[in-house]
Design a protein around this ligand. Sequence first.
Ligand code: ZN
Length: 189
Amino acid sequence: MKVNIVVWLVILTACVLFIVFYIENQSLELEPQDDDLSENSELPEELHPIVEKKKDQLVEKAGNQGITIIITEGFRTVGRQDELYKQGRSEEGDIVTYAEGGESYHNYGLAIDFALQNEKGRAIWDMNYDGNNNGESDWMEVVEIAKELGFEWGGDWARFKDYPHLQMDFGLSIYELKRGKRPDDPASD
Ligand SMILES: [Zn+2]
């Protein structure tokens, strides 16, 4: 009789252990897997090579239409983004961005900002300026060239219109970029 109880206890323990083990394995499988985080998930320190190239093409093509532009921003560190975010909030000035550090495509080298240069050599943000006298807004001419080159324009955004801003997201959301996803580097092909 005593032997019987011991045998049953062993069997019961084995069953409990099996069930616990099974459930743990199940829950492990339910945890989200980090899907193919690319090896180059470090933050870049400069513009993505394609954005760099398109930026130069934009300056050149605008120049061909008699429009001189200045690239006022390109790659931006997360620290500088945080500083900009404070402007108009905890620090004085106008709000210039809705993105905190790590939330802007500038932080991943995927965005640039431009301004026009007037005949006095000054940077201007006048969207009605027609320096090449063709009856069209120079600003919108630049935007049109930028879109042809594949840039998305911040002036098209519904929430916060960022008129000097041009970006290329390569199909990646900020959420994905924050998690370490990066566009392919053409140099590594
Ligand atoms: Zn910008």
